[in-house]
Structure formats: structure tokens, C-alpha cells
Design a protein. Structure first.
Length: 303
């Protein structure tokens, strides 16, 4: 979302091989250079049917794709070209922040298979989304927002509010409500909020908590509160799989001044649940039903 780019920017990030992949000796089939992502055709598998092997041999051994950003995080952190959390923020988060401060609505959402690193990219690790070098886009954008406000001539003219919700099994839950964490996993999964359509402002969630914040520390506290209430569970593909789509929204209002009108912007930061196959996750019961709902809602994005 650089100043000279279009309205939509697409980035891809390659994570390291996980423990399950390393245990079976899986090779890394992805390489990146600049904006290009190169996929290698996997080698022959003894357990694969002969017809499938022959069909694959007729295809190209290598395919190259070009994106606005290709972030390589699969190798050693000290290797040239390694994309750290800071690199991802500098490539995506800074532009989002600049547009929001100019009064434009912005949205970043992470999409991919379960276990592909979406939550790590968006939130990071540790309490409240992590800190330091492990912080993801949400805490970094939040922190830099207040740093930018502090550099303005009149910081008191800026008003910031945040909300945090999840969509779990087609139900909308407020992650910042006082009883959100207590209701997690309970029958019904907490109160189901309604999505409404405002004639001027567009879609909104009725009765969603909108918390006023005056510092990054206050935002971090709300992030931590929401993360504790979010629905996660272990599957065979991901030991901390997000079982819901999460939307963290920052509403920024900048008061009018002598040389500019009032500006209102919303930054929506979305961590989608990962698509999954029941055979690979070995999910049953509740986890299987969750996976079906996740795939159903992700399929709706393409309609």
C-alpha cells in the first residue's frame, strides 16, 4: 500500500518447516527473490499412485509467481533476505498507518491453510501479541499509531477507539465484553451479536464494545484480554489452531484544524481461521464441525 501503488496489495509469506514436516524429511519447495515466489514440483513419492506420478511428470517442474511482496521466513534468521516481523511491518504496516493518518479506511487480512503462520504474522507471540522483535502487525501498527500521534502538533485532537470480535461457527462474539473469556467453550459460546447495515457507514456489529484508549499500553491490555477469550484448539496440523475468524479494529478520529477538516479512519486487522482438510487434521466431533464452518465461510470470500 505504498503511495504509488494500487488500492489492493497482495503479499505472501513462507514459514519454516514445522516439526511434523521435519520428522518426515520433507524438503523445502519454495524459494523467493524480490517480488517473485518460485514453487518446485515435489519428487516422487513411493506411496503415490503411478498414474498420479505420470501426470505430475508432464507438468512444469517449476512455477513462478509475482506478488507485491514476497516475504521469506523459511530459513535461518541471519540469512540474507530473511523477512522478520519488522520487515513485514515495514513492507505492509507502515503504509497502512500512513493511509489511516491521511483519513482513509484500511484493511489487512491474513488468509491461508491452518498452521501457515497467519496468527504469528498478525499478532506475534507472547502476552498481548508479544513485544520486541516477535510482535506482529497488530501490536506494531497500534504502537506506531500512538508514536505518530505524539509527533503531531496537537496530540489531544486525536481520539482512538478499539474493538475486537471473533466469528466462531457463524456466530459473532465480542472478545472485549467482560464475560467473553468466561463464556469461551460454554454451551452456545456466549452472546451472538447481530450484523447490521447502516445506510451511510455500511456494515457494523450491533452492541459491539468500542473501548476508548489513550496509549499503546491500553491497547495491549485489550489485545491480551481478547486473545484470552478467543477460541483456539489443537489439531494434528496445528497445536494452537485458531478456530474462529478474528477482527481487531482501530477507529481513529482526528479533529478539524485550520488547514484540514475532521478525518475519520478505521484500520481493520483480520486474522482468518485457516482452511483445513479433515483427513490431514484428523479432526472429529466439535473440531470437525468447526473445520466445516471455517471452510464454508472462507469459500464465501470468493463469491
Amino acid at each position: 500500500m505504498a503511495a504509488d501503488s494500487g488500492n489492493v496489495v497482495v503479499a505472501v509469506r513462507c514459514r519454516p518447516l514445522n516439526l511434523r514436516e521435519r520428522a518426515r524429511g520433507a524438503p523445502c519447495l519454495v524459494s523467493m527473490s524480490g517480488q517473485q515466489t518460485v514453487l518446485e514440483m515435489p519428487g516422487d513419492n513411493e506411496e503415490e499412485p503411478a498414474a498420479a506420478v505420470e501426470m505430475r511428470k508432464k507438468k512444469k517442474r517449476q512455477r513462478t509467481f509475482t506478488f507485491d511482496h514476497s516475504f521469506w521466513t523459511a530459513g535461518d534468521a541471519s540469512a540474507p533476505g530473511y523477512a522478520s516481523q519488522r520487515t513485514v511491518f515495514e513492507g505492509i504496516g507502515q503504509a497502512v498507518l500512513q493511509h489511516a493518518l491521511s483519513g482513509y479506511h484500511c484493511c489487512v487480512f491474513a488468509y491461508g491453510q491452518t498452521g501457515s503462520g497467519k496468527s504469528y504474522t498478525m499478532m506475534g507471540t507472547g502476552e498481548g501479541g508479544g513485544g520486541g522483535e516477535e510482535a506482529g502487525l497488530i501490536p506494531r501498527i497500534s504502537e506506531q499509531l500512538f508514536a505518530s500521534i505524539a509527533r503531531t502538533a496537537d496530540a489531544s485532537s486525536c481520539h482512538v477507539e478499539v474493538s475486537y470480535l471473533e466469528i466462531y461457527n457463524e456466530r459473532v462474539r465480542d472478545l472485549l465484553s467482560p464475560g467473553a473469556a468466561a463464556s469461551m467453550g460454554a454451551a452456545g459460546g456466549g452472546r451472538n451479536l447481530r450484523v447490521r447495515e447502516h445506510p451511510a457507514l455500511g456494515p457494523y456489529v450491533e452492541d459491539l464494545t468500542l473501548a476508548a484508549v489513550g496509549s499503546y499500553a491500553e491497547i495491549a491490555a485489550h489485545i491480551s484480554q481478547g486473545n484470552k477469550a478467543r477460541t483456539v484448539a489443537a489439531t494434528s496440523m496445528n497445536e494452537a489452531s485458531s478456530r474462529s475468524h478474528a477482527v481487531f479494529t482501530i477507529a481513529l478520529t482526528m479533529a478539524a484544524s485550520s488547514d484540514s477538516p475532521e478525518r475519520v479512519a478505521r484500520i481493520r486487522l483480520v486474522d482468518l481461521a485457516g482452511s483445513e482438510r479433515a483427513k490431514a487434521t484428523m479432526a472429529t466431533g466439535v473440531r470437525l464441525r468447526e473445520g466445516a464452518k471455517i471452510n464454508q465461510s472462507l469459500a464465501a470470500l470468493g463469491k
